[in-house]
Design a protein around this ligand. Sequence first.
Ligand SMILES: [Cu+2]
Length: 154
Amino acid sequence: MRPRLSALAALLAIAACAEPEAPPAPAEPVTQAWVRLPAVDGRPGAAYFTLNGGATGDTLIAVESPMVATIELHESAEQDGRMTMVPIRAVDVPPDSAVRFAPGGRHAMLFGIDPGVTRGARIALDFRFDSGRDLRIEAPVVAAGDPNPYAAAR
Ligand SMILES: [Cu+2]
């Protein structure tokens, strides 16, 4: 009887160790970045992504790309029944929070995209933070009518 019990205790101990008690690994500061090309060549495209505050939080101050002339951060809003866009200067990402840039809401607007950037390519996006952190992300590029590539993969 006794050996059995201790075996059970050992099993329980192993089970307890397997329990995910530690918090999940901290997310990268920028995840799920993707770029949607304009329907008409020469018009602006858009970049979407999720900002993760991590333990300390940070503030996004700019997104740049060697393949894009100008990138502005915008917020979409409905005003008098019309969709408008308002520029945002910086985006606060508090600790342990996520800020999503998604179609219909916040987005990075890409003016002057290099014609070599086509559907299926990857484009380098440089995320600059107030803390001094610079982060380059290779974001997948989709065509105008294509859905979020991360949503499609789910
Ligand atoms: Cu915009």
